[in-house]
Design a protein around this ligand. Structure first.
Ligand code: NAD
Length: 504
């Protein structure tokens, strides 16, 4: 699976795979600095791969290649042809999905049964936007009988796509698919923790037949490669997924040439259960929605609000279910959740758990290292009840498997708490009262609200955040607005000479 060569382990008995080249302008090039990033397998704490590290000069070369590609065959290609290339890429991703899933599971520790599913879903994203590529249209605008006015939608140009480590291929296709459907070119910078799969994806992009320079892949550190992309005067737009503090830095850097920006950032999603709901169903969905991916998801149901009459019972059952979640290594088919992706992420989660204990919140499940897992960045699924809503446990994004459960007495109270964080990504609501469902859905300040389910994420459904959770939307036909400029064209049809106000 190595892109260029394989070498034996670095201080380990395991093979270390080397992904030693960047993908720039259709060529596999050595990184300018000659440096490699070490990627650690979070379930063994051993280096399993070394990945080419791009610096500023490599990013400059990638941006130049992406700029050139806009005026090459890609710039003259029909939408139908672009769609056909995206469909081909979807087919290749389905073909090689299992191999890519294994790479991602080694890189970020997610169970392979989850990463396999993510590859298939990523292919669905490519397929959806393949269909959109020849349907991006402007409009004829009725101005007056003596004029013909219309809009055309043109690609924004060179897009810098900056990715996080939690779902690398999936989140890459969220950007690639609509950006390419609309005719842009891209420079993709995957996260330093999980860059290997993006380089394998680049091989598939090459095999699918995209012209040289349309997609360039430059793994590297945020402060070097990411920062250069964000400030680069020849990049027209940055599409970023990650933490809001990084988004703020990117926003400042992007101001230099007034880049277009779209940001998908963190969340602290409310999950609201009314006593009139199918409470058993709400319980099973809460377990999965709260703990999947070891809590390393932006749309986690991390604040569970339960109406007081069913609160104690719900919290107890949630804790029981949490303690039955099987934590294990990603390649064990019985594993429900794997380790944290990095030692840093584990330390952050442990710090929140210690805070919860110290604050005296009721620890109903977890809180420690799972028995039998002595190596790796593992932590037990953890449930705290009676959490103070103003505390950092209920306010900050943990990005770990730690749920806060809180009671409520009225609609007004729960809506105020649900909206009482700086985030606004996803909200979930369980009730059998249809009028209440609509009433609350209209009041929740999140980009997606789900009723009697949680977080339906589909290529056709717009996704994004209010407040600190982001700017702009991904997915749905709405995302195409993020990757196109609208141009208005006005043609004067009149035959008479125009009135000349300066003639008198
Ligand atoms: P991060 O912000 O630390 O890093 C994201 C990317 O930004 C990485 O590629 C990193 O190298 C790059 N980067 C870092 N500093 C940079 C700089 N100064 N300039 C340019 N690029 C820079 O985030 P992360 O830890 O990789 O991911 C976790 C975060 O992502 C969480 O907050 C999570 O909620 C969020 N996330 C959001 C969504 C969503 O769709 N809303 C999805 C997944 C993850």
């Amino acid at each position: 699976m190595s892109t260029v060569s394989q070498s034996r382990g670095v201080g380990t008995e395991e093979d270390v795979q080397v992904f030693g080249r960047l993908f720039i302008g259709g060529e596999w090039t050595q990184p300018h600095s000659g440096r490699l990033i070490e990627s650690v397998d979070p379930s063994t704490e051993q280096v399993w791969a070394k990945i080419a590290e791009a610096d500023e000069q490599d990013v400059d070369a990638a941006v130049a290649a992406a700029r050139d590609a806009l005026s090459g065959p890609w710039g003259r290609m029909s939408g139908s042809h672009r769609g056909a290339l995206l469909l081909k890429l979807a087919e290749l991703l389905r073909r090689d999905g299992d191999a890519l899933a294994e790479i991602e599971s080694r890189d970020n520790g997610k169970p392979v049964r989850d990463t396999r599913g993510e590859m298939l879903r990523s292919a669905d994203w490519l397929t959806y936007f393949a269909g959109a590529a020849d349907k991006i249209r402007g409009a004829q605008i009725p101005v007056n009988p003596d004029a013909h006015a219309y809009t055309v939608r043109q690609p924004v140009g060179v897009v810098g796509a900056i990715l996080p480590w939690n779902s690398p291929i999936s989140l890459a296709t969220w950007k690639l698919a609509p950006a390419l459907a609309a005719g842009n070119t891209l420079v993709l910078k995957p996260a330093e923790l999980t860059s290997a799969s993006a380089l394998v994806l680049a091989r598939l992009i090459e095999e699918a037949g995209f012209p040289s320079g349309v997609v360039n892949v430059v793994p590297g550190y945020g402060a070097i490669a990411g920062a250069r992309l964000a400030e680069h005067p020849d990049v027209d737009k940055i599409s970023f997924t990650g933490e809001h503090r990084t988004a703020q830095q990117i926003m400042r850097a992007a101001a230099g040439n007034l880049k277009r920006i779209s940001f998908e950032c963190g969340g602290k999603s409310p999950y609201i259960v009314f006593a009139d709901a199918d409470v058993d169903r709400a319980l099973s969905v809460a377990v999965h929605s709260g703990f999947r991916s070891t809590g390393q998801s932006c749309s986690l149901a991390s604040r569970v609000f339960v109406e007081r009459s069913v609160y104690q019972d719900f919290a107890r059952k949630l804790a029981e279910r949490a303690s039955r979640i099987r934590v294990g290594t990603p390649f064990d088919p019985k594993t429900h959740i794997g380790p944290h992706s990095s030692a840093e992420q584990l330390a952050k989660t442990k710090d929140f758990i210690e805070f919860g204990r110290g604050a005296g919140f009721r620890l109903l499940a977890g809180g420690g290292r799972p028995p039998g897992l002595d190596r790796g960045y593992f932590v037990e699924p953890t449930v705290f009840a009676d959490v103070d809503h103003t505390s950092r446990l209920a306010q900050e994004e943990i990005f770990g498997p730690v749920l806060s459960v809180l009671p409520f007495d009225s609609e007004e109270e729960v809506v105020a708490m649900a909206n009482g964080t700086r985030y606004g990504l996803v909200g979930g609501l369980w009730t059998s009262d249809v009028t209440r469902a609509h009433r609350i859905a209209s009041q929740i300040e999140t980009g997606l609200v789900s009723v009697n389910t949680f977080r339906p994420i589909l290529p056709m459904l717009p996704y994004g955040g209010f407040k600190y959770s982001g700017i702009g939307r991904e997915n749905g036909m709405e995302v195409l607005d993020e990757y196109t400029e609208t141009k208005a064209v006005y043609i004067d049809l009149s035959v008479e000479s125009p009135h000349d106000p300066f003639a008198d």
